[in-house]
Ligand binder design. Structure first.
Ligand code: URA
Length: 429
């Protein structure tokens, strides 16, 4: 096959701050996926993009080229509108677990194709895999059947969905080119558009525990992604939400499942409940569904019924006892006063070091590992009070996990709480 371009021309164009043309973008993504463009050439192009940016036409074309590298899911057999949520990830962010069955109970169909966690933020599939018997890998036929029968499916995205992104993401991870808004936006939106949902709500996290700690940058990422979704015909909205403090009272796989089940039972921490209901209302409104209100569906048990059906449909036992780590250690307050801050990133890193997360793709995670929080900013604390319980199967991990918590909480006599509002910005295209 005679190639249309040489990679070096495209790299030098972006290095010299020129716009890439549509044919150049289509070719470079296709040629990289086919193995014609080498990793070292794509690394140079990614760095040029990180340094010199892309305009909205280039980002949109780049996203489309990634979508076209693989299959598009088709949910036309489903008799309800499809609506989905994507979070950029944060510490204790278990919202997908109660949200998918909740939106189904309100009349939507939620095809939630998720990933595994890398680094300090946990992955939805890792959390659900702590439920005995639950299977993340489904064939496309089985996905459709679970979605048809339960109104929600949470499973691993198949290999055929945006394969260009899989290669590019692995390369960005090792070439310090993850943090470019055009590359993040196209990576997330290529998968979500290929997933074939008719409506999409983006939960873009900001604060210390988020990928984009600066709220202005998180807003820019959110606007870029909303524009890409709208362009592709997906009813897309975004909420920029707080991740300066962990969400809820748990970080870790089985611990977060337990908390999600509490929310589905009508209880649970107020921030998790509030964000779940807010996102559910956005998802059903964007999809034009006039169903039950999410607050009602949490209280009347209908969301819990969907959860149990959905877990059973994927081989899991929703009534089984969740795994508990073999060892626990307490983390106590060393002073009295008001807790003014709790750094989400430090809690995330500590939970990760306890074994809740992985440092390399393919590593296994501990189902029971993680952190339970017994106090949050705003609480009055007395010296010696239990602030956190650390859980792991391997006690040798405690020392580094506790090191990660150094400076994590601030306790000040008469201090006032300084934290982001739950919703920092809302963007509707
Ligand atoms: N998540 C993704 O899927 N892609 C990115 O680039 C960043 C976060």
């Amino acid at each position: 096959m005679i190639e249309q371009f040489a990679a070096v021309e495209i790299i030098s164009a972006k290095r010299d701050r020129h716009e890439l043309t549509d044919p150049q973008i289509d070719w470079v993504i296709s040629a990289y996926t086919r193995g014609v463009v080498a990793d070292e050439q794509m690394s140079a192009l990614l760095m040029a993009i990180l340094l010199n940016g892309m305009n909205s036409r280039e980002i949109s074309r780049w996203t489309n080229a990634m979508i076209n590298s693989g299959e598009r899911m088709n949910w036309s057999a489903i008799d309800r509108p499809t609506t989905d949520k994507h979070s950029t990830g944060g510490v204790g962010d278990k919202i997908t677990l109660p949200l998918a069955p909740l939106v189904s109970a309100c009349g939507g169909a939620v095809p939630q194709l998720s990933g595994r966690g890398l680094g300090h933020t946990g992955g939805t599939l890792d959390k659900l895999e702590s439920i005995p018997g639950w299977q993340a890998e489904l064939t496309n036929e089985k996905m459709l059947k679970v979605l048809q029968d339960c109104g929600a499916v949470i499973c691993a995205a198949g290999k055929g969905l945006a394969p260009a992104d899989k290669k590019l993401y692995a390369l960005r991870d090792v070439t310090a080119t993850v943090e470019a808004i055009p590359l993040i936006a196209s990576s997330i939106m290529s998968k979500k558009i290929a997933e074939g949902t008719s409506a999409l709500i983006l939960d873009v996290k900001t604060g210390s525990g988020a990928f984009m700690s600066d709220p202005a940058k998180a807003g820019e990422l959110a606007r870029t992604m909303v524009a890409l979704g709208i362009d592709a015909g997906v009813k897309t909205r975004a909420l920029v939400t707080a991740m300066d403090v962990p969400l809820g009272l748990t970080a870790g796989n089985a611990l977060e499942v337990r908390e999600s089940v509490e929310v589905l039972a009508g209880g649970g921490p107020s921030d998790v409940v509030e964000l779940t209901i807010l996102l559910a209302r956005e998802m059903i409104d964007a999809a034009g569904i006039k169903g039950k209100d999410p607050e009602v569906a949490l209280k009347d048990g209908s969301a819990m019924d969907v959860w149990k059906r959905m877990i059973r449909a994927q081989g899991g036992n929703p009534e089984a006892k969740l795994p508990v780590a073999r060892e626990q250690q307490h983390f106590l307050a060393t002073t009295s006063g008001t807790m003014t801050t709790m750094d989400a990133m430090k809690v995330g890193v500590s939970a990760w070091r306890l074994g809740a997360g992985r440092s390399r793709q393919g590593e296994s995670v501990q189902a029971g590992a993680g952190i339970e929080l017994h106090a949050k900013p705003g609480d009055e604390i007395t010296v010696g009070q239990l602030l956190m319980t650390l859980h792991t199967d391997e006690p040798a991990r405690f020392e580094r996990a506790i090191q990660a918590l150094e400076g994590c909480v601030e306790i000040v006599k008469g201090g006032s709480v300084n934290r982001l509002p739950l919703v920092v910005e809302r963007i509707q295209g």
